[in-house]
Design a protein around this ligand. Sequence first.
Ligand code: NAG
Ligand code: NAG
Ligand code: NAG
Ligand code: NAG
Ligand code: NAG
Length: 394
Amino acid sequence: MLSKNFKILVVLLAFLTIGQCLLTIPLKRGKINKELQPFIKGSILRNGINGKLINLEDDIYLGQIQVGLSQDTFEVVFDTGSNFFWVPSKSCETCIQSGMTKGYSCTQEDACVSSEFVERIYYATGDISGNVTNFVVSIPGTKPVDYFGILVDFVQELPSGLQGIIGLTPFYDFQTETKKPNLITLLYQQKQIEKPIVSFYQAFEVDEKSGKYQSAITFGGYDETKIVEKPNYFKTIKKDSWSILIEEFVVGGVSIFKGKEEALIDNGTTSFYIRPDIGGKFFDYIMGVRNITLGDNYDVDCDADFPNVSFTFLNNENKLVTYEVEPDFYITRGTNNTCYIYFEGYIGAPTFVIGNTFLRKYLPVFDYEKKTVGFARTVNQAPKLPQKEQIQQY
Ligand SMILES: *[C@@H]1O[C@H](CO)[C@@H](O)[C@H](O)[C@H]1NC(C)=O
Ligand SMILES: *[C@@H]1O[C@H](CO)[C@@H](O)[C@H](O)[C@H]1NC(C)=O
Ligand SMILES: *[C@@H]1O[C@H](CO)[C@@H](O)[C@H](O)[C@H]1NC(C)=O
Ligand SMILES: *[C@@H]1O[C@H](CO)[C@@H](O)[C@H](O)[C@H]1NC(C)=O
Ligand SMILES: *[C@@H]1O[C@H](CO)[C@@H](O)[C@H](O)[C@H]1NC(C)=O
């Protein structure tokens, strides 16, 4: 008997330990269906952005989240630039029309309760609305936690390919009177993860055939095998967003911006978004000095002479740290042998939005307790841009 009890105890302890370890779930790099996606055409300087941004082109990283006691799985965007969680309702017709392949049935048996309160959220590429709803939510490997979200019954102009978004800003600020900790903090408070940290490794390649995705989101810490240096940490400058101070932005060796402005670290977006006065200087340099022609959809000649860009931030030890990004990281080849440049002018705060284009090269570590963002060079090597000769073979 004794030994049997002991065995049970050991098993329990083992479970607890596993529960507190790092939890890594794979991320899938989705392809956005261009035909379903209403393209935002036109000017370099976009306006009317209200709320938050998600990606434009063909780069989007999705991870799994389980909703309800039934643990119904949805592939959602884990988005450090927004604070809302939502999944499409099963009865949402516009969701189906915009390419969302799955909807959620909210029932009491599944511990889902909808309220009468309707919320609408605007993203850069579209908007959603639906009833504020009490769900239970888990990520593969954790126990369900009570969570708020929106059961979406209307959506327009969002990229297809996603089945929801989970916002990961420091606070899940639903209605002004109710500040709720977000999922990461909740999992930490319930001792399901070791530290209130989330980090992302976003690979270029997807090994879909073997069923393994190289990209991964890690809860509770970061994956040391994915980086080649220790992270540098930067203090956040706002309570409710992952923003840090940017000190300098250099393009091709030319300083385009110097000062102290807000940079939002947002893996919910692909591009770099820059305030128009600075963005304008960037594009002047690209078009003028580098003689690069820019198309309506930010399409560029793959063979053009693109510069390196660099971003400088002041770290927690008061040292300036510069991160260089080569064209292989910020130019992406789309379908039909067109290349796209992942920079956009953008009207409205913050001054810089640093998206996945940067975060693929420098792994971000979001620490909810220390209120810092860390960056470390990843093992990621960008695919080389194709040469003209190679393009013609396609
Ligand atoms: C959603 O909210 C609307 C407006 O308050 C209400 O009429 C409707 O019954 C709610 N839907 C659900 C499923 O609770
Ligand atoms: C943020 O990065 C992680 C890791 O790649 C990814 O799972 C998550 O979906 C990203 N968010 C977006 C919006 O791409
Ligand atoms: C700029 O590029 C165009 C073609 O894209 C070319 O005709 C022109 O000669 C180039 N100008 C300079 C100064 O390189
Ligand atoms: C561009 O950046 C890469 C990586 O930091 C560096 O190796 C290369 O020398 C840079 N090129 C120029 C022209 O500065
Ligand atoms: C791809 O390029 C070909 C040839 O230039 C053109 O006919 C076709 O319409 C293009 N397709 C798309 C989707 O742009």
